[in-house]
Design a protein around this ligand. Structure first.
Ligand code: JHZ
Ligand code: SAH
Length: 407
């Protein structure tokens, strides 16, 4: 029996992805010879608190360290998204220079740079030292530790309480959520807000976007599950706003219980979640069925293209692609290489499947027949950028979320 990380009741397993490597463990040939780490990736649902979660997760130091491969600022769309996010917080909390803002998991500074640029007192918390270095070089105040209750206590002693605590695509990575929320409860001013966004389980279910599941993502949140954990720490969800980023996310705003008005959006979203069955195991079992079909469809196409000797390359060495390649059995025989703009990923091999990662310039030289879009969440930005090249060379895109499509 596996105990829920939130309420300790029994978790019901609904999908097994088999052995999976570290999603961002891009490695050189030499590193691969030393052997890769694998874990059993299964996802379960807790019927008591509605939290969807990994049953096993590698230690945090194996995932977040001085060679972390994901740099947030690789997407210009995401830069604008976080600029708008920051401005909404500045406006809502009427932030001034002596206000205090904390960001948990600031990475290369993509969001918190907007507060630094506005001369607002801030603290970025970022344990992966290489990405934190990039943030520091932008003049951002960063501590390279993991956020938890102790760090929050130290921050209060040093800076005082915060007007706003922000986090994007980080909360769902942290298994010790009780320590996090105890810390937030202490660090947040009486009229402060804690705003975070993460991929939304409702979207994952509706799009069958199983590739959101990988080692780093221990939780798949809903308003139902976030409300459950918030109330355990005298906090409450006062707003829930859907976002189109990362394939469909939800932005949750939390405040001290009873201190702020609860938006009608929260109640509406809770109704939607019950209607689409996010509180029922059968919904997740149906998801498992849809995922198996998605895998069959994609492999049928890729095997056919291999038999026809078509040249297929992939676009975006995403964390998500580690799940797709390892779960479906995609190898370098199916796709020649994966193109990516992140220098630290270049001339390395993808985790588990060992497909070469090459710089973007190689993509432009490669003239493939098909491009498999692993960074499908950035489809709009990427397809716009590649429009002319794709058209001039008669290349076709392959998309597999929400369903297989060749365009
Ligand atoms: P992208 C990471 O997921 C990991 P990933 C993490 N767990 C998470 O939750 C989200 O981010 C926030 C490249 N690229 O954003 C850059 C191009 O080559 O889908 C990236 O390597 N050309 C923290 O890794 C990758 O694609 C482009 O034009 O799934 C995109 O990764 C663009 C826009 C991107 O996140
Ligand atoms: N907020 C950025 C970065 C997301 S990447 C964005 O949305 O693009 C996730 C980041 O969380 C990584 O940089 C990782 O080092 C960091 N992280 C993981 N666990 C953390 C913790 N306990 N406290 C703070 N940051 C953490």
């Amino acid at each position: 029996m596996k105990k829920c990380l939130i309420c300790e009741d029994e978790v019901q397993t609904f999908i097994d992805f088999g052995r999976q490597p570290i999603a961002n463990g891009f490695a050189t040939e030499q590193e691969l010879q030393k052997g890769e780490y694998f874990f059993n990736m299964k996802v379960g649902f807790c019927p008591t608190c509605n939290m969807v979660q990994l049953l096993e997760q590698p230690d945090r130091e194996q995932m977040f360290h001085e060679n972390y491969a994901f740099f947030s600022s690789t997407s210009s769309y995401m830069k604008q998204h976080f600029k708008d996010f920051s401005q909404s917080i500045i406006d809502k909390q009427k932030l001034k220079n002596d206000s205090f803002v904390v960001e948990v998991g600031c990475n290369d500074g993509i969001m918190i740079q907007n507060f630094a640029n506005a001369n607002i007192t801030h603290l970025g918390v970022e344990p992966s030292k290489n990405v934190a270095k990039v943030a520091r070089e932008k003049g951002i105040n960063v501590t390279t530790e993991f956020f938890d209750k102790k760090l929050a206590d130290d921050a209060v002693a040093h800076y005082g309480q915060a007007d706003a605590i922000l986090s994007a695509n980080v909360m769902c990575h942290i298994p010790y959520m009780h320590s996090i929320l105890e810390g937030i409860e202490h660090l947040l001013k009486e009229d402060g807000i804690f705003v975070f966004e993460d991929p939304y389980v409702g979207e994952i279910i509706q799009k069958s976007s199983y590739d959101q599941v990988y080692d780093e993502h221990v939780f798949y949140f809903s308003v139902l599950s976030v409300s459950f954990i918030a109330q355990k720490h005298n906090l409450e969800v006062i707003d829930a706003q859907p976002q189109i980023t990362h394939g469909g996310s939800m932005r949750y705003t939390l405040a001290h219980k009873g201190k702020k008005e609860v938006s009608s959006r929260v109640y509406e979203q809770l109704e939607i979640e019950k209607k689409i069955g996010l509180d029922k195991i059968d919904t997740y079992k149906q998801f498992e069925f849809n995922v198996q079909k998605s895998k069959t469809d994609l492999m049928h196409l890729l095997n056919k293209l291999k038999d026809e000797n078509k040249k297929v390359v992939a676009y975006g060495a995403t964390s998500k692609s580690t799940t797709v390649t390892n779960f479906c059995g995609i190898t370098a025989e199916h796709i020649s290489f994966i193109s990516d703009t992140t220098p630290t990923k270049h001339n390395k091999f993808s985790p588990g499947a060992h497909i070469p990662i090459l710089p973007y310039e190689e993509f432009r030289k490669s003239n493939p027949d098909y491009v498999l879009l692993f960074a499908w969440n950035h489809a709009k930005e990427i397809m716009e950028k590649e429009k002319d090249y794709i058209k001039e060379n008669g290349i076709k895109w392959i998309l597999y979320i929400p369903r297989l499509e060749v365009i």
